[in-house]
Design a protein around this ligand. Sequence first.
Ligand code: ADP
Ligand code: ADP
Length: 226
Amino acid sequence: MKALSLQNLEKTYANGHQALKGISLDVEEGDFFALLGPNGAGKSTTLGIVCSLVRKTAGKAHIFGIDIDKDFARAKQMMGVVPQEFNFSVFEKVEDIVLTSAGYQGMTEKEARPRTERLLRDLGLWDKRDQQARMLSGGMKRRLMIARALVHNPKLLILDEPTAGVDIELRRSMWTFMQEINRQGTTIILTTHYLEEAESLCRNIAIIDQGEIIKNTSMKGLLSEL
Ligand code: ADP
Ligand code: ADP
């Protein structure tokens, strides 16, 4: 089963800039996949289309066989998304942010409470559960976004530059957490501009540059070429 399949995605922004020039890509269920490329390559645009934050100009996207144009609601249930920008209310309390999201995803409070506690504990945020999100450090906010993205137990976790601006120690603990989630069966796709990050985590990789995939291979295959 393919967790994600993209066919000839194109995006031209309103200002005429062609950010994607025909992206095709398959990610198998269970994979830990990196979309690697320099700033401005089109990584966020690609993920933005998948989670419906960006309107595509042309092409097709399927999540576990579901066409996002035909049944986005069902596709959305399958995925958890961690965007680069914080997009929760900073005056809401940490635990409530995760619980509210669980509610949107149709979970009952009885299901949501233990799941939220588990995630906040695993991500080192349980002590902060009653604090407003504005009190959190940048790295904590990022982990809160990961907890929120995982609360409904999605089959696919999408992270846009998950460790950007995070110090090396926290980066390593986030890597360990993501590896554990993947080991438990969640497919993970992340974008990064650090080859080192992709190398440490990912089995397969696509390199994107100026809106085109210039390489799509296993991590081992890529390293043997360097
Ligand atoms: P769409 O074509 O998806 O409707 P728009 O081109 O209207 O997107 O732009 C969406 C938003 O992104 C606008 O608020 C715009 O100001 C902003 N934006 C414009 N240029 C850039 C850029 N180069 N990088 C990031 N954001 C931009
Ligand atoms: P990456 O995530 O790889 O850094 P992006 O997908 O954010 O790349 O951006 C791809 C290209 O599209 C860049 O040249 C960026 O400036 C441009 N871009 C991104 N968002 C917008 C927008 N809303 N309007 C116009 N251009 C944009």
